[in-house]
Design a protein around this ligand. Structure first.
Ligand SMILES: Nc1nc2c(c(=O)[nH]1)N[C@H]1C(S)=C(S)[C@@H](COP(=O)(O)OP(=O)(O)OC[C@H]3O[C@@H](n4cnc5c(=O)[nH]c(N)nc54)[C@H](O)[C@@H]3O)O[C@H]1N2
Ligand SMILES: Nc1nc2c(c(=O)[nH]1)N[C@H]1C(S)=C(S)[C@@H](COP(=O)(O)OP(=O)(O)OC[C@H]3O[C@@H](n4cnc5c(=O)[nH]c(N)nc54)[C@H](O)[C@@H]3O)O[C@H]1N2
Ligand code: SF4
Ligand SMILES: [Mo]
Length: 870
């Protein structure tokens, strides 16, 4: 079978992937050694792509009100409902909510249809939850949404500062590049994060600042830059607003950061001490009610010191989704036009109108995500099309958003999966081709455009997102404008428009590709934008010229604002984010047993002092309540988080753990400039969840839980579920039969003194399913029990392996399947003292390297234990 060069569909690093179809619907996966982003490396999510391309759970045909329908009927219905709604209530009565996981071609078509033909700018994207503050900060400072630097700057820098970025887990290959550079040349790494996230593994300095205090920290740095005489000089000639920004910075008190003077001094010394400094930031900065100001506080420091646009230095916003950048390029945000043009600018609007020959051009910005769903809620938006995103789970105030969608007159959803929190609410479901089934382009964090290529046949009747959109455009009466027959034609049109934009001063110009042929598109290798007659790739702003009318950069005077205060009813500030092996709502990573073994349940990281005060023991369940909703989460007691500032991951949904939906707790508070929600800061109350029983179940078939708490995960040979309930069922056998959908008679072990019940369903002596129940958190070896599915028999009821079977425990190294117990045992018995030694002994950590921070933590714990014992 032929190997095909394509690009990973997960994070914004944008790694090149070599995919080899096995002819049976599967794919062999390897890193592309020739791709400049990864040079052959992949993280564990990328490596596991082959486990996620099966057709299980896929949406295979269009559906109307739950019944299967033909494409013509479904497309006609969408076109007709949108047309009628617009005719009756005007263009602003409809909306599209799209995604940074769409390909550029898909995104371009959606934007053209809404902004040029429907005549509204009510198209917004999940990038509003992700990159909007970075976009707004860039535009305020540079005049355009430009990422000035390149990945290699992280390798060329002497100091790299990660601000609100858990690069180790969220951009693993870029993190590995940084770690390798640090190993080779002693790069100093600073992590600015209220939580001791995995990225602290390579940090020379961890600043656990007060939540939301980033603008204060960088204001203090700006004042220090000026004090040390590093500002001004050449750089000042290219700046506006320096005096005002410095005056505001000088008014900032160190106490606002919550950091000690000695820590601030160390930070200032590191940042100011080397010319080559890169400040990387991500959601700890953007997802804040002062996100745009935080971004500008960072940009101010680089602008004032002239540390921008040259090798090894600059501010660097790392993007989350694979095509967050592409979405910004096509104008996917409600306040932008295609090719980084501005919707408020009449000349820009006129240029795009002319190019599209648009009958009805949007005249003003549309509704941003949070406002868009408010408009759905109150009926201003009456027809909504959601594409490639799961807002019923990932928008703040998620329960309210789900209710708003449920109450909308007409909702179409394009997704690859049949069952998600959002597809459940749709009138029309449109099956999209998934990764591996379609052709197009994506842009990574360093402005590199790469091809995604089709390697597999579409699942069922699935069609490409761009084509579904174009077919609706045609059916709404605009066949001339939406008549493309291939994504190459869409790309060429976008490239041609970018040439016009370049002429108007836009940074985004790829007009060198305006005449691209189908064959050239097929062969297109990764390239950096811009690509025009005048410019090819490279860094921006090294020449001191910016995209503002004056050509000078603008420094912004920032007055730091603390986040909304906690109150007596909701005394904790809940931080949220990601885990290493899952992607957002897990519709794809949840299919992989390997990726599901690292962390199989929604959890709450809680400081030991909070846990003690709340009477919450490790592995118990906590009920977390906010003004907007509630969640039940497994308690993980750890001093990684600060007292009063717990952390919970965002990944679990109605499909995997209905009471683990974290965005049910998060308020819809937004940054006033960017409209990005403050997703890292929910005020909550926490108390023990009064479960009367706890359970753990495994089954070779589907598990159908019906209890107050449950969380489901995929196993190599079935499923597992954690369970808990407020009422003890009368009859455990009946409960277990319903849970597993098995009519059989189980083997039952009842230990009345301990209140434990264990049930096993066997067929031909092989384990089909088992349920373990206890009055407290169930302590047994999950990996052992899971491994017995389809094999061992009654021995499963023991819940523990015999001496002959080593128990792996929770998975640490997903690449080689090495669990925590094996690593701890090897460290102890073989007296291992380094991550490399563990790698030599067990192979753990030697492939993608994502688990190296955890191995180091186990080594440190091991050393502490030995020291205590000796
Ligand atoms: N494994 C994995 N990788 C992913 C994704 C995924 O789902 N899973 N998603 C991708 C996407 S779309 C995105 S946007 C990126 C996100 O990538 P990141 O932004 O790196 O990830 P998060 O975990 O959301 O948050 C980063 C950190 O911000 C910290 N933080 C919270 N509040 C503050 C604050 O006030 N100040 C500072 N300085 N820090 C704070 C949190 O403690 C957290 O450690 O990841 C991408 N990569
Ligand atoms: N509390 C909290 N909430 C957050 C965040 C946080 O840090 N904390 N982070 C926010 C951020 S940064 C982001 S980016 C969002 C992400 O949130 P979402 O975008 O809502 O999450 P995903 O699970 O990535 O949803 C993608 C959907 O598209 C489907 N899909 C996959 N491929 C395709 C395709 O090719 N075509 C189509 N049509 N569908 C496809 C998937 O099955 C899935 O249903 O969450 C945001 N919400
Ligand atoms: S680092 Fe990101 S792009 Fe690269 S393999 Fe991992 S998830 Fe995919
Ligand atoms: Mo994101």
């Amino acid at each position: 079978m032929q190997t095909i060069r394509t690009t990973c569909p997960y994070c914004g690093v944008g790694c090149g992937v070599l995919a080899t179809p096995d002819g049976k619907g599967g794919l062999g996966i390897a890193g592309d050694p020739d791709h400049p982003a990864n040079r052959g490396r992949l993280c564990v999510k990328g490596s596991a792509l082959g486990e996620t391309v099966g057709h299980g759970g896929r949406l295979l045909a269009p559906r109307i009100h739950g019944r299967e329908a033909g494409w013509d009927e479904a497309l006609d219905l969408v076109a007709h409902r949108f047309r009628d709604t617009i005719a009756e209530h005007g263009p602003d009565s409809v909306g599209f909510y799209v995604s940074g996981q769409l390909l550029t071609e898909d995104y371009y078509v959606a934007n053209k249809l809404m902004k040029g033909f429907i005549g509204s700018a009510n198209i917004d994207t999940n990038s509003r939850l992700c990159m909007a503050s970075a976009v707004a900060g860039h535009r305020r400072a540079f005049g355009t949404d430009t990422v000035p630097g390149l990945y290699e700057d992280l390798e060329l820098a002497d100091t790299v500062v990660l601000v609100g970025s858990n690069l180790a887990w969220c951009h693993p290959v870029l993190y590995q590049r940084l770690a390798a550079a640090r190993e080779a040349r002693g790069t100093r790494v600073v992590v600015v994060d209220p939580r001791r996230a995995a990225s602290c593994d390579i940090a020379d300095l961890h600043l656990a600042l007060a939540p939301g205090a980033d603008a204060a920290l960088f204001n203090l740095l700006l004042a220090e830059i000026a004090r040390r005489g590093l500002a001004g000089g050449d750089a000042a000639a290219h700046l506006d607003g320096f005096d005002e920004a410095l005056a505001a910075a000088r008014g900032t008190l160190p106490s606002a950061t919550g950091l000690a003077h000695s820590q601030l001094r160390q930070f200032f010394d590191l940042w100011c001490g080397s010319d080559k400094v890169v400040t990387v930031w991500s959601q700890g900065v953007n997802q804040s009610d002062s996100g745009t100001d935080k971004v500008n506080a960072i940009l101010n420091c680089h602008l004032a010191s002239g540390r921008i646009g040259r090798p090894g230095m600059g501010p660097f916003s790392v993007t989350g989704q694979p095509n967050a950048m592409g979405g910004r390029e096509v104008g996917g945000l409600a306040n932008m036009l295609a090719c980084h043009l501005e919707i408020e600018n009449p000349a820009h609007r006129e240029a795009v109108r002319g190019f599209w020959n648009a009958p009805r051009m949007a005249e003003r910005p549309g509704l941003k995500a949070v406002d868009m769903f408010r408009a759905v809620e109150d009926g201003r938006i009456k027809a909504l099309w959601i594409i490639c995103t799961n807002p019923a789970a990932t928008m703040p105030e998620a329960d309210r958003v789900a209710r708003a969608i449920a109450g909308c007159d007409f909702v179409a959803v394009s997704d690859i999966m049949a069952r998600t929190d959002t597809t459940r609410l749709a009138h029309v479901l449109l099956p999209a081709t998934g990764w591996g089934e379609k052709d197009g382009t994506v842009t990574n964090s360093e402005r590199r455009i790469s091809r995604q290529r089709r390697t597999l046949a579409p699942a069922g009747q699935a069609r490409d997102d761009w084509r579904i959109l174009a077919e609706v455009g045609c059916r709404m009466g605009w066949a001339d404008a939406f008549g493309w027959t291939s994504p190459a034609q869409v790309f060429a049109e976008h490239a041609a428009l970018s040439g016009i934009a370049g002429g108007l001063g836009s940074d985004f110009d790829i007009s060198a590709h305006a005449g691209i042929t189908a064959a050239e598109y097929d062969a297109l290798g990764p390239f950096l934008w811009p690509q025009s007659a005048g410019r090819q790739g490279g860094r921006f702003f090294g020449d001191g010229r910016f995209h503002t009318p004056s050509g000078r950069a603008r420094m912004v005077a920032v007055t730091p604002r603390p986040p909304q205060p906690v109150d007596a009813d909701h005394p904790f500030r809940l931080n949220t984010g990601r885990v290493r092996d899952h992607w957002h709502t897990m519709t794809r990573t949840g299919l992989s047993p390997r990726l599901s073994r690292h962390l199989a349940e929604p959890f709450l990281e809680l400081h030991p002092s909070d846990a003690a005060r709340l009477d919450l023991t490790p592995a118990s369940l906590a009920e977390v309540c906010g003004p907007h909703g509630r969640a039940v989460l497994r308690v993980l007691v750890t001093d990684r988080v600060a007292p009063g500032h717990p952390f919970a991951p965002m990944h679990w949904t109605g499909e995997t753990a209905p009471s683990g939906r974290i965005d049910a707790l998060v308020p819809g508070t937004v940054d006033p400039v960017s409209g990005q929600p403050a997703l890292k800061s929910a005020t909550v109350a926490i108390r023990p969840f009064a479960a009367r029983w706890f359970g753990f179940a495994v089954s070779a078939g589907a598990i159908r839980p019906d209890c107050d708490y449950w969380a489901r995960a995929t196993l190599p040979r079935g499923e597992q579920a954690e369970l808990a309930g407020l009422e003890v069922p009368q009859d455990w056998t009946a409960h277990a039969r319903a849970l597993f959908g098995l009519p059989d008679e189980p083997l039952v072990l009842h230990d009345r003194t301990r209140g434990q019940v264990r049930l096993a369903f066997l067929r031909d002596g092989r384990l089909q399913a088992a349920l373990f129940v206890a009055p407290g958190p169930v302590g047994l070896s999950r990996s052992h029990v899971a491994a017995l599915l389809g094999e061992g028999g009654a021995e499963a009821l023991a819940g523990r392996p015999g001496a002959d079977r080593p128990d792996e425990g929770a998975l640490v190294c997903a690449c080689f399947g090495i669990g925590v117990n094996s690593i701890v045992q090897a460290i102890a018995t073989r007296r291992l003292t380094s991550v490399e030694a563990v790698g030599q002994a067990l192979r753990a950590g030697t492939n993608c390297g994502s688990c190296r921070p955890e191995i180091r933590a186990l080594l440190e714990a091991g050393t502490a234990c030995r020291a205590a014992a000796e």
